[in-house]
Design a protein around this ligand. Structure first.
Ligand SMILES: Cc1ncc(C[n+]2csc(CCOP(=O)(O)OP(=O)(O)O)c2C)c(N)n1
Ligand code: SF4
Ligand SMILES: [Mg+2]
Length: 248
């Protein structure tokens, strides 16, 4: 029998994500990091997006505010300006942060808001039935690209990091993944670093996290993890992209 790690204090243990979904892993990592930073659940505020992200409500007890679709970065910006003493982060999907909320995400970075955007990139609109999102891979079959995403008609996948890295003041950018244990641990380090930089009065930070959606990818969970390793990371390379920004 292996050792069982205790459930973090800010997780209730009640999950309504599909089996094999990556969201639950990320929620646990966030809860562990907040607890390890010595913060109470009311010392951190999550600007929670629309999509499968909102299922976090039944799972995580860190303070949260529900934001309209795409507006999590704007919501987080307002909260942080009012309460600069709090750790403020978004929790959003790729559709939320990179499609309908693309402008909010990019302009939070452009204004150097002292927030952390956490973007769960599962390459589809998960909650609404697996439609193509900006991050859908070329050739990926979705409910709106039944023959596969085509470069000629849909354009290339959007790498949000390339849009955020243009601003000198951005303090931290990293892309993690939850497809295996090594990358789960690396992702936890990225979250911790992003949060530490924010609390040390650094600038804007973003951690994008590749995550499986077995339900809408029509794969069993094991194959969904393997597909990230074999395909998704080629379009979305993992690692730290930027550490430390020019003060503004
Ligand atoms: C203004 C508005 N437009 C559309 C919707 C419908 N809607 C709800 S969730 C969602 C997609 C979310 O996809 P993503 O952000 O990638 O999150 P995931 O479910 O994949 O984690 C959409 C389009 C909505 N709720 N509000
Ligand atoms: S639809 Fe996809 S993203 Fe949503 S809970 Fe299920 S597996 Fe997770
Ligand atoms: Mg998604």
């Amino acid at each position: 029998m292996g050792m069982t790690k205790k459930v973090p204090a800010y997780v209730t243990g009640v999950s309504s994500f599909c089996p094999g979904c990556g969201h639950g892993i990320v929620v646990r990592l966030i809860a562990e990091v907040v607890e390890e930073m010595g913060l109470k659940q009311y010392d951190a505020i999550c600007a929670l997006a629309v999509g499968c992200c909102c299922l976090v409500n039944s799972l995580m007890t860190i303070d949260r505010i529900g934001c309209p679709h795409g507006r999590a970065a704007a919501g987080a910006s307002g909260i942080k300006r009012c309460r600069p003493d709090k750790l403020v982060f978004t929790y959003q999907g790729d559709g939320d942060a990179i499609a309908i909320g693309f402008s909010e995400t990019v302009y939070a970075a452009q204004r150097n808001e002292k927030i952390t955007s956490i973007i769960i990139n599962n390459n589809v609109y998960g909650m609404t039935g697996g439609q193509a999102s900006p991050t859908t891979l070329v050739g990926q079959k979705t409910s709106t690209t039944p023959s596969g995403r085509a470069l000629e008609t849909n354009g290339p996948p959007v790498d949000i990091m390339k849009h955020l890295v243009q601003f000198d003041s951005v303090a931290y950018l990293a892309r993690g993944s939850v497809h295996d244990a090594k990358n789960v641990m690396a992702t936890k380090k990225y979250l911790r670093k992003a949060f530490d930089i924010q609390m040390a009065e650094g600038g804007y930070g973003c951690v994008e996290i590749l995550s499986p959606c077995p339900t809408n990818w029509h794969m069993v969970p094991k194959d969904a993890l393997a597909w990230i390793a074999a395909e998704v990371i080629n379009s979305y390379p993992l690692g730290e992209i930027k550490i430390g920004g020019e003060p503004k």
